[in-house]
Design a protein around this ligand. Structure first.
Ligand SMILES: Nc1ncnc2c1ncn2[C@@H]1O[C@H](COP(=O)(O)OP(=O)(O)OP(=O)(O)O)[C@@H](O)[C@H]1O
Length: 264
C-alpha cells in the first residue's frame, strides 16, 4: 500500500473483467479490463482519444453499467452513483447565479445532507484555496477558480474515491499545473483514492503514483507502471522528472503507435 500523508479515507477499488459494447458501436469499446487501486492511491488512466477512458470512468462511477464484469469499491459492487465515489468533469458546470458556497454545497444537497453544509463548506473552500470567495458569484471567477469550486463540491460529501475525467484540459498550462499539484496534495492529505483519466503524459507523471496505459479497439490495460518521484521532483520538472516523462512517453507511444514526439 502506498504511503499517505493523512489517515487513508480512500477506498479499495477493484475493476474485474470489465467489457463494454455500445448499442451503436461495431465491437467492444472496452475488453476484459482488470485492475485495482489501493486506498489512498492515485492512479492515472492514460490513453489516446477514443480508447474508452471516459467510458471506463463512467462505469467506475456507476453513471453507466458495463456489458460484462464489475466494479467493486470496498467490497460493494457499484450499481449506481453515490456520494462515496464522485466524478469531476472537464467542465465545472456551476450555476452562474449562485454563490461559490451555494455551488460547493450542491453535492451535499443532492445527497440530502445540507445539515452538514454550515461546517463543511468553509472547510472545503479553505482546502481548495478559495477561503475568501464564499459569497462571490460563480460567474465572477476564472476558469481555474471555477474548477476549484467544482473540486470543493466533489469533496464536500467526503467521498472515498474521486474520479477525474480530464478535469484540467480546458485550462492554460500555468493554471493546469497549479491545479495538478494542489489536487495531488489535497488527495494525499486526505488519503483519498484518485483515478484520473488523461491523454497528457506530463499530467500522469506529475499526479499519479501509478499509470495504466490503455490501448484501443478495444480498450485494454496494456501497461501498469509505477511513478516513484518525490513531490519536489514532480513539481520541479528536473532531471528525475524528465527521465520518468521520457520513459512513460516511450511506453505510451509504443502502445498508442504514434511517434513519441507527437504526444503530449
Ligand atoms: N453513447 C455511445 N454510443 C456509441 N459509441 C460511443 C458512445 N460513447 C462513446 N462511444 C464510442 O466509444 C469509444 C470510446 O469513447 P470514450 O469517450 O470513452 O473515449 P475516450 O478515450 O474518453 O476519448 P477522449 O479522450 O476523446 O474523451 C469512441 O469510439 C466513441 O465514439
Amino acid at each position: 500500500m502506498p504511503h499517505v500523508a493523512g489517515r487513508p479515507s480512500g477506498a479499495h477499488v477493484a475493476v474485474r473483467g470489465l467489457s463494454h459494447v455500445y448499442r451503436r458501436s461495431d465491437g467492444p469499446v472496452l475488453s476484459d479490463i482488470g485492475f485495482t487501486a489501493e486506498p489512498g492511491e492515485i492512479v492515472a488512466l492514460l490513453g489516446r482519444s477514443g480508447c474508452g477512458k471516459s467510458t471506463l470512468l463512467h462505469m467506475v462511477s456507476g453513471l453507466s453499467m458495463p456489458t460484462a464484469g464489475e466494479v467493486v469499491i470496498n467490497g460493494n459492487a457499484v450499481r449506481g452513483p453515490s456520494p462515496r465515489w464522485v466524478m469531476m468533469f472537464q467542465a465545472p458546470s456551476l450555476y452562474p447565479w449562485m454563490t461559490v458556497a451555494q455551488n460547493a454545497a450542491l453535492g451535499l444537497r443532492f445527497a440530502r445532507r445540507m445539515h452538514e453544509a454550515r461546517a463543511r463548506i468553509p472547510e472545503v473552500l479553505d482546502l481548495v484555496d478559495l477561503g475568501g470567495f464564499a459569497d462571490r458569484n460563480a460567474q465572477e471567477l476564472s476558469g481555474g477558480q471555477q474548477q476549484r469550486v467544482a473540486l470543493a463540491r466533489s469533496l464536500a460529501p467526503k467521498p472515498e474515491v474521486l474520479l477525474l475525467d480530464e478535469p484540467f484540459s480546458a485550462l492554460d498550462a500555468f493554471t493546469r499545473r497549479n491545479l495538478q499539484q494542489d489536487v495531488r496534495k489535497i488527495a494525499r492529505g486526505l488519503g483519498l483514492t484518485l483515478l484520473i483519466v488523461t491523454h497528457d503524459v506530463g499530467e500522469a507523471v506529475r499526479m499519479a503514483d501509478r499509470v495504466l496505459v490503455l490501448d484501443a479497439h478495444p480498450g485494454r490495460v496494456a501497461s501498469d507502471t509505477r511513478i516513484t518521484l518525490t513531490d519536489a521532483d514532480r513539481n520541479g520538472g528536473n532531471d528525475a522528472f524528465q527521465r520518468e516523462h521520457t520513459r512513460l512517453m516511450q511506453t505510451y507511444s509504443d502502445i498508442a503507435q504514434v511517434p513519441g514526439g507527437n504526444l503530449t
